[in-house]
Design a binder for this molecule. Structure first.
Ligand code: SF4
Ligand code: SF4
Length: 542
């Protein structure tokens, strides 16, 4: 009789699940979402929405999404014995339906004033049915521990799965995502931080951007007189595509999938900036072409505004790892090894990422990993790593977390980086600006590096089966708006096509797709409503 386990990663940009055959330890099926079911573009939005909407609203959206996602694994859920879930402390607390306000509000006095007791997150084993997961009555769920609010199971996964803790020289690990988690390991001591990189490096907030999906430009190379673009085919395999003159979009040579690119994803944006700098076409964020655009394929381009958006992410990540180096008393020449994890960390061309500063410039060796959270969840499910072992590791970890939001070093570095990447400061003025803040110089060109890819796909073990995608993990949130004048401004302004207003029953009702809505970071519908009648936080599952 087959016995199954399920490994789960709850990420900021979506949910990923794998069913494992417990006899072989191999994945038999994989199901993912490409969006998060709770309104918002990052974890802070998810938490704010959950706090504003009351009690268990975020938990219900998340569990509802899992109850639609897990059946897509196409196994007999009644034969699942063990589930393990990995993610940051916010996501795991939302999943467990435990207090999140102690994570959201800093300061003991504030927590005492609102009557919130900090929660101990040292790992747990819970019956699946007690979490509201349907059809999994025989299964238990393993929830790994967090070291602190900031260093959760996802950070432990990044440190353990990459093997970075075993390095005998300083090394840097970065999980490239909307929130870039990072750790600098020096003689067994760990300096951690989390930089709010935003969604540009995932292809969002870019005019012609898209998430990594079939039809996206995922890479670019300078070839003779043009840029050769690489496009993902229907099976997510990169295919060489057209050679294009970036100054006007003229196709110099057709490639496979000619003209089929639908947009550009984050790894493509990184490659385009690297090519633009190398060829002199870009003095970021400006582009030296007749119309000011870098043309990639018919109808697809990057504009200075896009480069500025990407520049904010590059600046945040660079300022983040440089701050950790300063905290550790090191500088760029001391850190010669970098680990890159997460889907973007694996699929991006590491040399191009280093060329634009996303990898520490002194890294002579770069090691690329995929999704380390899912790997840790798999290890817990199959028993190759135990919850007690993780608790022991968490207790022993000598970790110092740097809050970038309140760090003066980060603030100084971020202003230098933003000036360079987003505000058009010439590269020749970069080190002069570092002098103003008494920060040591940084070479403008990185060292020559060797790159090793440890895995081929970011999701482990998916070569024998298709990845099933639940396109819409959200639900419709509704609320009556008696004062609404049906002006249509909210639907017009919504950047995600997330909202409609229905007056078919006489009283206008706002209907918002929770998985599409950008939540508290957006609220454009609220700000632009002439009668201030729409409030995302007041909407409830219809
Ligand atoms: S405009 Fe409103 S409904 Fe649309 S994404 Fe923004 S907050 Fe959500
Ligand atoms: S903007 Fe306000 S008044 Fe106009 S349709 Fe939307 S909710 Fe109604």
């Amino acid at each position: 009789m087959n016995r199954y386990g399920i490994a789960i990663d709850i990420g900021t940009s979506g949910l990923r699940c794998q069913a494992l055959d417990l006899e072989t330890g191999k994945a038999v099926s994989t199901a993912i979402t490409t969006r998060h079911p709770i309104p918002g573009m990052n974890v802070i939005d998810h938490v704010n929405h959950s706090i504003e909407s009351g009690a268990d609203s975020g938990n219900r959206l998340m569990i509802d999404a899992f109850n639609r996602l897990l059946p897509l694994l196409d196994i007999d859920l009644g034969k699942v014995e063990s589930i393990a879930v990995c993610g940051n402390p916010f996501q795991l607390s939302l999943f467990q339906n435990i207090e999140i306000r102690d994570l959201a509000y800093a300061g003991k006095s504030m927590l005492e004033r609102i009557g919130v007791k900090p929660v101990k997150r040292d790992g747990a084993i819970v019956a699946a049915k007690d979490l509201g997961l349907i059809g999994l009555d025989g299964a238990h769920v393993i929830i790994p521990p967090a070291v602190s609010h900031e260093i959760g199971a996802d950070a432990l996964a990044m440190l353990l799965v990459t093997g970075a803790m075993d390095e005998d020289k300083p090394c840097l690990v970065i999980d490239y995502g909307t929130n870039a988690e990072m750790a600098l390991i020096v003689d067994g001591e760990v300096f951690t931080g989390s930089a709010a990189a935003g969604p540009a490096l995932e292809g969002q907030q870019i005019e012609k951007g898209m998430l990594a999906a079939p039809g996206c430009i995922s890479d670019l190379d300078v070839v003779k007189d043009g840029w050769r673009n690489t496009v993902l085919d229907d099976g997510f395999t990169p295919c060489q595509c057209d050679l294009v003159d970036p100054s006007d979009g003229r196709v110099i040579e057709s490639g496979m999938m000619h003209g089929r690119a639908k947009g550009i994803t984050g790894t493509g944006v990184i490659a385009a900036i690297s090519c633009g700098i190398d060829t002199g076409l870009m003095a970021v964020p400006n582009i030296a072409t007749p119309d000011g655009k870098a043309h990639l394929q018919e109808g697809i381009w990057l504009k200075p505004k896009d480069i500025e958006e990407a520049g904010k992410a590059i600046g945040a990540i660079r300022a983040g790892y440089l701050t950790l180096m300063r905290e550790a008393g090191l500088w760029v020449e001391d850190v010669t090894k970098s680990y890159m994890s997460g889907a973007a960390g694996l699929y991006v061309d590491a040399h191009k990422a280093q060329n634009i500063g996303l990898v520490a410039p002194g890294s002579e060796e770069i090691v690329q990993f995929g999704n380390t959270s899912l790997v840790l969840a798999r290890q817990l499910v199959t028993g190759t790593r135990s919850l007690d072992e993780l608790r022991d590791f968490a207790n022993r970890l000598r970790a110092k977390h740097c809050m970038f939001a309140t760090s003066d070093i980060f603030k100084d570095l971020y202003s230098v980086e933003l000036s360079l990447w987003s505000y058009g400061m010439p590269a020749s003025a970069y080190n002069d600006m570092l002098d103003i803040y008494k920060i040591p110089h940084i070479p403008m060109r990185p060292v020559e590096s060797k790159v090793r890819k440890m895995v081929i796909r970011d999701l482990p073990d998916v070569d024998q089966h298709d990845v099933v995608i639940l396109d819409d993990p959200g639900v419709t949130l509704c609320g009556e708006m008696p004062d609404c004048i049906m002006c249509g401004k909210c639907t017009e302004i919504c950047p995600e096509d997330a909202i409609t207003v229905d007056d078919s029953t006489g009283t206008p009702v706002a209907k918002v797709n929770s998985g599409r809505c950008a939540g508290t970071a957006c609220k454009r519908c609220e700000f632009n409503c002439p009668v201030k009648t729409i409030h995302i936080r007041d909407l409830r599952v219809c």
